[in-house]
Design a protein around this ligand. Sequence first.
Ligand code: BGC
Length: 729
Amino acid sequence: MARRLWHIIERGFYPDRQLHHETIFTIGNGYLGTRGSFEEGYEGDTPSTLVHGIFDHAPNMLVPELVNVPNWLPIHITIDGTPFRLVTQASDYMRPQDGLVLGFERILELDRGILSREVLFRAASGNIVRLIFERFASLDNEHILAQRVRVIAVDGSPQIEVEAALDGDVTNAGAQHWLPDMTVLAENEVIGLEAKTQQSSYVVGIASKLITKSAVQHTGSGLQPGLRTSLQLAQEDEAVFDKISVIYSSRDVTAPLTSAVAEVQKAAKTGYDQLLAQHTREWSKYWETADILIEGDDECQLALRFTTYHILITAPRHDENASIGAKTLSGLGYKGHVFWDTELFALPPLTLTQPQLARNLLMYRYHRLPGARHKAQANGFEGAMFPWESTDTGEETTPQWSDPQPDGTRIRIWTGDTEQHISTDIAYGVWQYWHWTGDDDFLKRYGAEIILDTAVFWGSRVEEKNGRYEISQQIGPDEYHENVDNSVFTNRMVVWHLETALSLLDWLKNHAASDHDRLAATLKLTPDRLAKWRDIIARMVIPFDAEKQIHIQFPGFFDMEYIPVPNYTPRTSSVQAIVGHSRSIQSQVIKQADVVMMMALLGDQVANREVMLNNWNTYYPRTDHGSSLSPAMHAWVAGRLGLMETAYDMFHHAVHIDLHDNKGNVRDGIHAAACGGVFQAVLFGFCGLELTPEGPKLVEPRLPEHWRRVQFNVYYRGAKHTFEVGGPA
Ligand code: BGC
């Protein structure tokens, strides 16, 4: 397989793209993520390492956020006294007195989870070296981080000095989460830091060691302990410097720094090469099932591997108490909070290809049922109502107000109050996981409780009015229209939810009677309650125009101003930004897939082909794609409808959201939902993958015209199935 179809390559250093590239070159291992900032550090860079579960609520902030831990990357190199730098400021790029960069290439190897960089550098002395940097976050031992720098004397015999350091002087874009009295350690050629968060009292310990042939001395000061070595290189000789770091937190062990020091000594003995071999072996296991092969479209092939890579590096590997944030562990966007993006977008690729990781994500929700029950109760409802934004505690953590707008005002954010469909989205994720994996043990012990107690919530949430059931004051997926009554997405998904809860109870009765009785007793699933669920299913309002044969996003939607979104092309900002917030929210402009999302999730349960097409023709021209969640869902549904040109356009857009930075916000982190969405667009949308009573099948697969072949694997009930569309006739 061509290596180039696994490599994201950057040629040349462009300071104005630095933050975007830091995000896309993130490495990680399901425990932490580290942005692709450079070892030597630059003006305006944002080196960040985010560790799953380490949240803190700083006193001056509205909500808790994932905390940027001490930086393990710094390595400073001088050649004959010239500091190695790509650039000091944009204006003095390549000033001879700073040394001269003769060539630069950076590669993210998606197949092996390695970030490397090669630079040809001429020092002010005239000597030329080739520097080869490599780093990885071990997938074999999630606490280990490894860096290697090779310096090769290309011309002359330069004097090389290398300083490897840790940096505890870190914040979250200025917000201070660490107590000031960090422990700094510098002994026996090991440096370390131990720090405690201000409010949540998580402790993080990190230790590093520099391994090389020349003598190593302690250096550095304050919160930047360092290790230094120097040597003279003969022409064409090579020196190798390995820096091994280890991170532990109080979520893992009682004394994080002590554990980190012990582990770093052990890892140093194992050695970089062996650590790398163990790491890449684990990566090949991931790809054995996760890879989707596309023949006929190298550009999308590489981009799809990139999106899958980002799901894999962020999915908690050994942790049932962490989940995937909307921006993964690659940036501070959305503060590391967990949304519906996880269960409906990022989870399915894992359910199908790495079921153990999917289970971890669902266990995260199970362990947070107390928070969901608390939210329901605080709002006057029964059962479990999951928060729209979730962190470590499971309490609602959506900010009620936005950051200040340019005019200094703040906008009220309603999603934490009324975007309630998340409880059903989580139930959907559980049900899908169980169907694909057949993990009855999970369902009986944990999953059933999630589905049933969220159903209890809906039973208490619906309003019986005018002889039918309604749900008022909701935000559906289209967040441009807030607090509407009878969002068709929400109401229809609730019907699905209650139907599912009833079938689940039947299944439990027949297959796990004691679990059935336990849950019926603890969740008070009385005959009256179940009768009410049946009644809701029968009499829930599902807004539908019988004459036009279309679903109505919510009653009153079509009374608003029609703004033809396709006329606003080409554009680089949203239609909402162009026409203004107040006009757009009183118009038919939709932020993202809403009715279309319902069709993706429920397919022919909700609409026949004619209605699907009518819905598509109605809502597609009204959709702004103001959220990165939107294009992949459109690709999926267009694929099912056989609208392959549009399906491909939407897919191409979605799969490049991060690589091309279409929305200009990738500096804040990878869009996890888009990454999971494109996987589903290919499998469910193009290839027609369905779970039938006889197992997984491809139903009417249709590929974009120039795709010759698609091949992928999925696990169904523990067995791997390989599917192929196209290929030799
Ligand atoms: C989208 C939501 C999404 C959130 C986090 C918002 O812009 O409208 O659907 O959950 O971003 O990605």
